[in-house]
Write a protein of this length. Structure first.
Length: 321
């Protein structure tokens, strides 16, 4: 049976399944949008429940937990379930979680994810044939692990009966989109005004690059090329052509906005991506090096040690402490 398109206006009963070390800011932004919708409407348009697999409150990445928390198995009558991830989401997944998510998907409720919860959906096999979003820090890792899934670098994606969203404040934008379908855009703008939001962000907006936003458009094109072809050999000339600049102009822009040459910036980008893959996937060190554009394990290990002060193999040992 083909997946149906989600009727956003019909989504009234929300569940938020919290995984260990989930992002509290992402969950609270989503819930606050529903609370404010009820307040502005002066009636209970929406209900929500905070859930865990066994009903115990789960600690977020900042050490806090939400009360009350209910067991997922006791939560009947949901229209949509958001899986809420955060730090080290791989360690927060389990066979019990995969089975539970597949069971809910068979019940034809809408399944969504906040922050890194998208990984849990992918891990359960619930995103094949869908477009989806995940926090930029995990983009490279999930693309390597699930090449069959169309993982985009957009803010949030509503694709039929899957709704996936990045972290931070973006769940508020996504929920306002859902709320507008039920109560209308004027009421949604009232809610946005209550939160002092300056503008609506569309889901199709690209996530800002860490520490480099905003960039001049030409430099943005150069950086996007580097990110998209990080496993390939790139010359400064190719990067400059993609940016519509001369090599000298490219060098000047990179030094002005990043403090590094294009070559140094690309090398640093590859190594940062490699460190995230070592932390977030089970890929071998050799495969990580290849995925990040290093032609040999020796070259990769030497470059990694020069940047971080220890060998790639030690990265996972450090994370396990």
């Amino acid at each position: 049976m083909a997946p149906r398109a989600a009727d956003l206006a019909s989504l009234r009963r929300f569940g938020f399944l919290t995984l260990r070390n989930y992002s509290l800011i992402a969950v609270s932004n989503a819930i606050e949008a529903l609370r404010m919708a009820n307040r502005v409407a002066e009636r209970d348009e929406y209900t929500w429940r905070v859930l865990s697999l066994d009903g115990s409150p789960i600690a977020a990445s900042n050490g806090l937990s939400l009360h009350p928390t209910e067991a997922l198995g006791d939560a009947d009558g949901m229209d949509v379930l958001f899986v809420c991830g955060g730090i080290d989401v791989r360690a927060a997944t389990s066979q019990e979680l995969r089975v539970a998510l597949r069971r809910l998907a068979r019940q034809r409720i809408v399944i969504g994810a906040l922050c890194t919860g998208t990984f849990a959906l992918a891990d359960a096999g619930l995103l094949r044939g869908y477009r989806c979003a995940i926090h930029w820090e995990n983009l490279g890792a999930i693309r390597e692990e699930f090449p069959e899934i169309d993982i985009v670098d957009e803010m949030f994606v509503i694709d039929r009966d899957r709704i996936t969203c990045t972290g931070g404040a973006v769940p508020l934008d996504m929920m306002l989109r859902i709320v507008a379908a039920r109560v209308g855009p004027a009421r949604a703008r009232e809610i946005a005004t209550q939160f002092l939001l300056e503008r609506d962000r569309a889901g199709s907006e690209i996530q800002p690059l860490a520490a480099l936003d905003p960039l001049p458009p030409s430099l943005g094109r150069a950086v996007q090329l580097m990110e998209s072809r990080i496993d390939q050999k790139l010359s400064v000339g190719e990067i400059a052509d993609a940016a519509g600049l001369s090599e000298r102009q490219l060098e000047r822009l990179f030094r002005t906005h990043t403090g590094a040459t294009p070559v140094a910036y690309l090398a640093a980008t590859r190594l940062e991506r490699a460190r995230r893959l070592l932390r977030q996937t089970g890929m071998s060190v050799t495969d990580v090096g290849i995925a990040c554009g290093f032609m040999s394990l020796t070259h990769f290990s030497t470059a990694f040690r020069n940047r971080f002060g220890y060998a790639p193999r030690q990265e996972r040992q450090r994370q396990a402490r």
